[in-house]
Design a binder for this molecule. Structure first.
Ligand code: 5GP
Length: 177
């Protein structure tokens, strides 16, 4: 399970794993936010309405879920994770810290990996550089990131995202039995 502050590159590292390691099973989250250009429904996320998300929560279909940056809800569909683990496949979950804490409760045997930026300055540069958010969104994300960085100590392993390929390979290596 991979978590870490916003804009640290969790998405980029997971994208590398998705592309270069088809043997690694990856969870596709449900989210109420709208798709960014290039994002494909069912591949990057399941983009769902608020009503649909409520329904998933009520039916207990989500392993964990959280409101991220006060903006949208994100959750991990339970079925595929259970199926992968039953089949003996390790599965990669890329989630935020609140979600990680919920998984810690329900799946204490999972490996908790924290992706850290090389430095705070680097994180700010990445966050501003992405340019896909409004000012208000960016401020919310920076505030979240500050709190999240302090949570590294709760994790089993910390990987520094100094290089996407190197960080992704380290992650995949950790997942091998
Ligand atoms: P983004 O909108 O940039 O794709 O993701 C925003 C944040 O939501 C990231 O920190 C990402 O890790 C988190 N996130 C994505 N999917 C899930 C999920 O299923 N559960 C939780 N708790 N967080 C998620």
């Amino acid at each position: 399970m991979l978590a870490g502050p916003t804009a640290v590159g969790k998405g980029t590292v997971s994208a590398w794993v998705r592309e270069h390691h088809p043997e690694v099973w990856m969870s596709v989250s449900a989210t109420t936010r709208t798709a960014r250009p290039g994002e494909v429904d069912g591949r990057h996320y399941y983009f769902v309405s608020d009503e649909k998300f409520d329904e998933m929560v009520m039916r207990g279909e989500l392993l964990e879920w959280a409101v991220v940056h006060n903006l949208a809800r994100y959750g991990t569909p339970r079925g595929p994770v259970v199926a992968a683990l039953d089949a003996g496949h390790p599965m990669l979950l890329e989630i935020d810290l609140q979600g990680a804490r919920q998984v810690r409760e329900t799946m204490p045997d999972a490996l908790f990996v924290f992706l850290a930026p090389p430095s705070w300055e680097e994180l700010v540069t990445r966050l501003v550089g992405r340019g896909t958010e409004t000012d208000a969104e960016r401020r919310a994300r920076l505030a979240t990131a500050k709190v999240e960085l302090e949570a590294a100590a709760e994790f089993d392993v910390v990987i520094v995202n100094d290089d996407v390929r190197r960080a992704a390979e380290e992650l995949v290596h950790l997942m091998k039995p």
